[in-house]
Design a protein around this ligand. Structure first.
Ligand code: KIV
Length: 316
């Protein structure tokens, strides 16, 4: 960044808007008001998402793919997650902040899960955590929520189980897997989850589950019948062009714009049209004259004619 001035959040009406909580989620569901959620992994994106009055920010472990360049989310660590959560919590003051528990941070034992969940709130400014899985996670969900930490569940396509699922594939497309999904959703609600992500499941199944549950469902590739929607911000912005899931609507082409800006910058540097006077720093004529006088007094008038040693070398 080129300025040394500290940047403060610019959300002009953040003073009037109330902090979104898990109760807001419940209230919105009961009023039939859709809940909006986006991912963010850094400070400027968190500022923008919060200014757009999006209800919640998920610091998803999708950051492993869209920011860190891994082929899937499995290599993401607790330290990666906490680092990005801290940046997001510095930028967003209103949205409900949800930290995504990475692979192996909650699968080994419920105690381990509780300890790691606590770090998201204690060290990284998150309000809640999200974890993947159904009945096999009930102990962890129970223990974490008993400690006063809100938990968002995640069913359907659960990317941390990509190897078990045989790829990033829609889930719940057969009668038996649909039944299993519904049962798991109810179990997670009973264990204390405040909300549930449904990823890449048939729209009519997601709608039925949403109607069955008291807690709000947040869909991604799960149709319009969910109580809210979430997208990976890098997909929505067209910033991540390695692949785009079919259910993503691209609202911008940031990758294309970024590429074009970089090409124009390179052209400007190569042709020396950047930095023009407008982007250069001047000094008063009197100071310049005094400076020249001083160096000439020290080194003689020839100093101004001698090429700089580096340019001499470059000229070869
Ligand atoms: O990691 C993530 O961003 C997610 C969303 C896709 C729900 O889990």
């Amino acid at each position: 960044m080129s300025t040394t001035n500290p940047v403060t959040p610019t959300n002009s009406n953040s003073n009037e808007r109330k902090k979104i909580t898990t109760l807001t989620f419940r209230r919105k569901k009961s009023l039939g008001e859709p809940i909006s959620v986006l991912t963010a992994y850094d400070y400027p994106t968190a500022l923008a998402v919060d200014s757009a009055e999006i209800d919640a920010i998920l610091v998803g472990d999708s950051l492993g793919m869209v920011v860190l360049g891994y082929p899937n989310t499995l290599p993401v660590t607790m330290e990666d997650m906490l680092h990005h959560c801290k940046a997001v919590s510095r930028g967003a003051k209103i949205a409900l902040l949800i930290g995504d528990m990475p692979f192996m941070s909650y699968q080994v034992s419920a105690q381990d899960a509780l300890r790691n969940a606590g770090r998201f709130l204690q060290e990284a400014g998150m309000d809640a955590i999200k974890l993947e899985g159904g009945r096999e996670r009930l102990d962890a969900v129970h223990l974490i929520t008993s400690a006063g930490i809100p938990v968002m569940g995640h069913l359907g396509l659960t990317p941390q189980s990509v190897n078990q699922m045989g790829g990033f594939r829609p889930q719940g497309k057969t009668a038996s897997t649909a039944k299993d999904l519904l049962e798991n959703a109810i179990l997670l609600q009973e264990a204390g989850c405040f909300s549930l992500v449904l990823e890449s499941v048939p729209a009519r199944l997601a709608e039925l589950i949403s109607k069955q549950l008291e807690i709000p469902t947040i869909g991604i590739g799960a149709g319009v019948g969910c109580d809210g929607q979430v997208l990976v911000t890098h997909d929505l912005l067209g910033l991540f062009d390695r692949f785009t899931p079919r259910f993503v609507k691209k609202y911008a082409d940031f990758h294309g714009e970024m590429l074009e800006a970089f090409i124009r910058y390179k052209e400007d540097v190569t042709s020396r049209s950047f930095p023009s006077e407008e982007y250069s720093i001047d000094m008063p004529d009197s100071e310049w004259a005094f400076f020249i006088e001083q160096i000439q007094a020290n080194s003689g008038p020839g100093i101004l004619e001698e090429p700089h040693p580096i340019s001499k070398k470059g000229a070869g």
